[in-house]
Design a protein around this ligand. Structure first.
Ligand SMILES: Nc1nc2c(c(=O)[nH]1)N[C@H]1C(S)=C(S)[C@@H](COP(=O)(O)O)O[C@H]1N2
Ligand SMILES: [Mo]
Length: 342
């Protein structure tokens, strides 16, 4: 078994997130009234004060990890998709985050609030067969099977991923531009936004059985953001198909936005006229906006966004405007006050 360098995984968030989960479980017991009160605090966060971090508590019943998943072996060959990382760093010279860290430190609340137990709890999640229903304001609505989606030319994209909680990774994704799919379904002239939905299946996603969040996970993009060449639907990473914890079989990746925009395990994409309400906006509108462009100058109400912790690297690195993709995307936001349109 491959050992994970302890510096790649820090325990403080686990303590915090476990504590938050306990709170959610407590609310379940207390009944629906407690639900609203607890929900607002169950937002992703990392920079908690030490007082907030209680001692680690045992994980409640439905969240027990099954067994250690075999996610620590970096792929040798890539028969499934045929692409291995072409580079060992991003265009700014940042080394790729290890395969092990990418697959063992995850935000995926459908499975757990505990980043380091998502992989174990999601292990065995069946993502075949799978369909993605694309409809709404389009000329050619279509339900895509996974095989249909794999017909789009898959390419590698090495992107930084910056979570709103101020940690980040560098991930060699495999996938295809969302624009390729959109050109096929042909949005009508009324279509202005996309609304994405994750699978809703509490029987297979234990986190959806706990209160606090308004399932299913929903996210949105403006149509021009969705058409931007940097925006991809990812089907793999490090040359291998996605594992359940990273959003198998297909997830969105929008590298200039905070990680929560990059919705996992998508089953539905609707073209719509109005700005969709995402799960996080419903949850905490003062903290999570629709645009959510990475912006070091606009602090989250509860922590600074000026720096980030790069997983696998000591210390902190400066957070870049638009996560370093400003040259490519800043024109999308001309005339908008980025301090208020968060
Ligand atoms: N359906 C769904 N998508 C999701 C999330 C989630 O909890 N559920 N978490 C988001 C957040 S907060 C982040 S930072 C990224 C994490 O992606 P990763 O675990 O592959 O690094 O996924 C995003 N997509
Ligand atoms: Mo995140």
């Amino acid at each position: 078994m491959v050992k994970i360098d302890p510096s790649e995984i820090t325990p403080e968030h686990l303590y915090l997130s476990r504590r938050k989960f306990i709170k959610a479980a407590g609310a379940a017991a207390a009944g629906a009234l407690a639900l609203a009160a607890c929900g607002r605090q169950d937002v992703p966060e990392e920079q908690a004060t030490s007082e907030q971090q209680g001692a680690p508590s045992p994980t409640p019943e439905p969240m027990q990890p099954a067994a250690t998943p075999d996610v620590t072996k970096p792929p040798a060959t890539t028969p499934e998709v045929g692409l291995t990382p072409q580079a060992s760093e991003d265009e700014l010279g940042s080394p790729l985050t290890s395969y092990a860290a990418i697959n063992t430190y995850n935000n995926y609340y459908e499975f757990s609030f505990g980043k380091e137990e998502v992989a174990a709890i999601a292990k065995g999640f069946e993502s075949r067969p799978w369909t993605v229903e694309v409809g709404g304001l389009v000329a050619n609505p279509k339900t895509y099977s996974l095989d249909d989606l794999l017909q789009f030319t898959q390419e590698e994209r090495i992107y930084r991923m910056r979570c709103v909680e101020a940690w980040s990774m560098v991930i060699p994704w495999l996938g295809f531009p969302l624009g390729d799919l959109l050109r096929e379904v042909e949005p009508t002239s009324e279509a202005k936004y996309l609304r994405f939905e994750t699978l809703l299946d509490p029987a297979r996603m234990p986190g959806q059985r706990s209160p606090g969040l308004d399932w299913p996970y929903v996210e949105g993009l403006r149509l021009d953001e969705a058409m931007h060449d940097l925006t991809i639907l990812a089907t793999g990473l490090y040359g291998k198909p996605l594992l359940p914890q990273t959003g198998a079989p297909i997830r969105l990746v929008v590298p200039w936005k905070y990680g929560f925009k990059s919705i996992k395990s998508i089953v539905k994409i609707d073209l719509v006229a109005e700005m969709p309400t995402s799960l996080w906006i419903t949850q905490s509108p003062a903290e999570y906006g629709f645009y959510a462009n990475v912006n070091p100058n606009v602090p989250h109400p509860r922590w600074s966004q000026a720096t980030e912790r790069r997983i696998g690297k000591a210390g902190r690195v400066k957070t870049l405007m638009f996560n370093g993709y400003g040259e490519e995307v800043s024109s999308l936001y001309e005339g908008m006050d980025l301090a208020t349109w968060f």
